[in-house]
Design a protein around this ligand. Structure first.
Ligand code: NAD
Ligand code: ZN
Length: 367
């Protein structure tokens, strides 16, 4: 029951395999597609405790494993502080240009190990084995890699596409429930931005997705990856259409920043609120009807995700702080705010030059 989605990038095209049992078969799958390269695994402590032994066994069997590097879990690992020793340890394994960095983990490990692969020897190949739902449907596909700095998230990085992505749906069984829910927000995003039938399918089938029922779960991941692969294939470096993937993210990033990128608000929770706001804002601007905005919020409520600024625990964000944080978003061009808005479920569009005062006024009503 393994599904294959191709990311169409010409000579750098690659496959995303989705389904159960892929970690155990990783050695053979990598061998078939990428040849007899040697592999260095990068992972974090949480993921290592559940899944590293299985991957080491799969890669060790044919003698291609040169080492495993286990890093601390958490967003703070995506830093220069961790990048430097990681690069040195990878060089110490004797990894050469034709060899592979294998990122086993969530988006943190994928972004960091992918970036290390991008800069090591001016670019070594890498394989993503995403272990969080967010990483399977979003961060492992598309080639954005990087780290955070005190100036902001993901401000240092590179586009570096993987050679293969193995999204093993079995590994989601050990993912904490809250992380699963947060990753689900990105799944729903693909329905909201361009695939109304998928959103309707999720409204009906979300309980089986959350129960990790293999059929529905694989379908949800596959549909998401297909959507992302299509967009990335048409607009790899975000000159246009790829920006649609930021639905809910301009608002969401401001909430995350307000919460200091802490456990107070996970990324998926922030964009759940952000997507609900994007739809309510779209309705307020006359782009879509209020019923669409209500439908979006009702679905996120049904799966236990937050939908309003008031759902953020702790002190209420203040509007001027939000406006400032949104103005710092790296999607800002010439000081103008760009939002992804919607004409309805499945009909997102890029709205450039949204006047700050319109946003300010709208947020005042939201807080
Ligand atoms: P994460 O990597 O921190 O993983 C979340 C938590 O779950 C961690 O504690 C991790 O150790 C744990 N975990 C992961 N898989 C597990 C498993 N199978 N079993 C048990 N525990 C497991 O966070 P994330 O949500 O996966 O990714 C967030 C990161 O992704 C952010 O840094 C964000 O900037 C980045 N991101 C990148 C892109 C991109 O295109 N490159 C897109 C979206 C997000
Ligand atoms: Zn996101």
């Amino acid at each position: 029951d393994v599904r294959t989605v191709n990311v169409p990038l010409g000579s750098r095209a690659y496959d995303v395999l989705i389904g159960p049992g892929l970690v155990a078969r990783a050695g053979a799958l990598i061998g078939e597609r990428l040849g007899p390269a040697r592999c260095a695994i990068v992972t974090d402590r949480n993921v290592a405790s559940f899944h590293l032994a299985a991957l080491e066994a799969a890669l060790g069997a044919d003698g291609r494993l040169v080492g495993s590097i286990v890093l601390p879990p958490g967003e703070s690992t995506k830093s220069f502080r961790e990048l430097e020793p990681l690069c040195e340890r990878l060089l110490d394994t004797g990894l050469e240009r034709g060899d592979l960095v294998v990122a086993l983990g969530g988006g943190v490990i994928g972004d960091l190990a992918g970036f290390a692969a991008a800069i090591l020897r001016r670019g070594v190949r890498f394989v993503q084995i995403p272990t969080s739902l967010l990483a399977q449907v979003d961060s492992s596909v598309g080639g954005k890699t990087g780290i955070d700095t005190p100036q902001g998230k993901n401000l240092i990085g590179a586009f570096h596409q993987p050679g293969l992505v193995l999204a093993d749906t079995d590994v989601l069984g050990t993912l904490p429930e809250r992380e699963l829910r947060a990753g689900y927000a990105e799944v729903a995003k693909y329905g909201l931005l361009g695939d109304a039938p998928f959103f309707a399918w999720l409204e009906k089938n979300h309980p089986s997705v959350f129960a990790l029922d293999p059929g529905p779960l694989t379908h949800a991941v596959e549909t998401s990856v297909k959507a992302k692969a299509g967009i990335v294939g048409r607009d790899e470096t975000e000159q246009g259409e790829r920006a649609l993937l930021n639905l809910g993210h301009t608002f969401g990033h401001a909430f995350e920043a307000w919460c200091g990128y802490s456990d107070r608000l996970l990324h998926g929770e922030a964009i759940s609120i952000g997507m609900c706001i994007a739809f309510r804002f779209s309705a307020a601007q006359g782009f879509c009807d209020a019923a669409a905005a209500d439908r979006v919020a009702a679905h996120f409520t049904a799966v236990g995700l937050p939908t309003r600024i008031g759902d953020i625990p702790g002190d209420k964000p203040d509007i001027e702080a939000m406006m400032k944080l949104m103005a710092q978003d790296k999607k800002v061009r010439h000081g103008k705010l760009t939002f992804i808005l919607a004409r309805g479920v499945g009909e997102a569009f890029i709205a450039r030059d949204v006047p700050p005062d319109t946003v300010r006024g709208f947020l005042a009503g939201e807080i």
